[in-house]
Write a new protein. Structure first.
Length: 165
């Protein structure tokens, strides 16, 4: 029986094993990414994704997912994910560890959709409020000439029994 729950369950595929053996039999190469094999793979990945990028090899999927999230987050950031998301249920705290403290915040699908709808309503209300306040401020612009009558406050100050003028 084959299991596909993890990239650690199965052995290496024959093509990858053949490439590994060929690399092993090719003689001495510089280590830590300065070898011709790493250079070839990086060039092929850049070609595949049609972009000039840096390539980082990691041991497994947990490391890949954790480091990808860590590259996007500061220690005080959070990642919102579904309560059954792979990063929450299967990564064993890896994303939080590698990010230096970013938290995974879980949400149910219904909670996430209601929050999204509320955010949209709030955003719409804020835009409407901003538009109204802009209209109000234009209609009462201080640049318009105002009648030169004293304000109630200044009149009240002048009549104050304490003599404040």
């Amino acid at each position: 029986m084959q299991h596909f729950a993890s990239d650690n369950y199965a052995g290496i595929c024959p093509e990858a094993l053949d490439a590994l053996i060929a690399a092993n039999n090719s003689g001495h190469e510089p280590a830590y990414g300065d070898d011709s094999w790493t250079s070839q793979v990086c060039d092929r990945l850049r070609e595949l994704f049609q972009t000039d990028c840096e390539v980082f090899f990691v041991f497994n999927g947990t490391a890949a997912n954790s480091l990808a999230l860590a590259s996007l987050c500061q220690s005080y950031h959070s990642v919102i994910c579904h309560e059954l998301a792979h990063i929450e249920t299967d990564e064993c705290g890896g994303p939080e560890f590698f990010s230096g403290g970013s938290k995974l915040l879980t949400a149910t699908a219904s909670a996430a959709s209601s929050h999204l709808m509320q955010s949209r309503r709030s955003s719409r209300a804020a835009r409407t409020s901003t538009i109204r306040s802009r209209r109000w401020s234009r209609s009462r612009s201080p640049l318009k000439s105002a009648p030169s009558t004293p304000s109630r406050k200044s009149a009240r100050l002048r009549r104050s029994p304490s003599g404040v003028i």
